[in-house]
Design a protein around this ligand. Sequence first.
Ligand code: KG4
Ligand code: ZN
Length: 354
Amino acid sequence: MYTAGLARTSPDPDNGRMRVLGLETSCDDTGVAVFDTERGLLAHKLYSQSQMHAEYGGVVPELASRDHIRKLLPLVREVLADAGTAPSDLDGVAYTKGPGLAGALLVGASIGRSLAYAWGIPAVGVHHMEGHLLAPMLEPDAPAFPFLALLVSGGHTLLTDVHAVGDYRLLGESVDDAVGEAFDKTAKLLGLGYPGGPAIAAAAAHGTPGRFRFPRPMTDRPGLDFSFSGLKTAALTAAQQHALDAHTIGDIALAFQEAAVDTLVIKCARALEQTGHTRLVIAGGVGANALLRTRLQELGGKINVRVYYPRPVFCTDNGAMIAYAGALRLRAGQQEGMAFGAQARWSLMDLAAP
Ligand code: KG4
Ligand code: ZN
């Protein structure tokens, strides 16, 4: 029997094997995966809308929703076939409930809830950032709790103390732009297109170190919060003061990436010192940045902290992280009622243990 809101149906948090279909539609990627708690990830596929949005220089929400509608069910069919899984083999459906674009979220929520109803299995709505946070656990060398997490995406920059699934304490966050947003805006002003993170990283590879130096915002005062809008403005000022040829674009991209990565590394070092954690997890789209991964790895080596991150395709949005987080919550007995909804704004700190 289903009840409205979250219901607990199982008294045993560790009972049984679970095979879960995961759906991610919070922004511009349609992600689908099947995760099995005994056999691991059985299949995953991603359809990226970024080419469609590139024409507009950023995500157009209405176009995103419509494209999720077109792509989601065909992807579900393909992933189930790849996973050798029939609907009758599934124990649950997990979909991203928030945060994200309301219309895009509603596509995954309505289709996820409907499939679960049709197949007679439970559905669970997953917090997108919890998906990111747990993504390193999809890797063979998964981190154990507790750990410090640096969550860096297009919408969030968070330093979080993680003790267990659902037990998160906020240590610091951006007071303005998220770091991924700063990458995207800086790429746009340099004419590098969307999405900006990979474009900045590629342009920076041809840059000359030392020609520009941008600030490391909020590193000269105590605390673990971030600010990235000033850094973006510094890049804008440099772009306005120079002819934007390929060399200058590379030089600005390099200086921007250096400053952004340095800022994140300084705050991670500070948070590790304050908390005494010996494990650091990096997740979210900016976690795919090669320089950030190298620098945090170097930091870890120096201070004896193990650094964990998912493979790049599981740093950016994907269905596997949603299937995984959903499987943990479903296995603990959490599920949605028959009603479905999207939570476009939703703090990770509002979550509780399943
Ligand atoms: O996690 P994600 O795929 O979606 C959100 O939840 O926002 O993160 C997307 C963000 C974008 O801002 C994108 O520019 C950034 O991650 N990103 C990167 C890289 N790959 C993606 N930023 C820096 N370097 C990258 N290689
Ligand atoms: Zn994301």
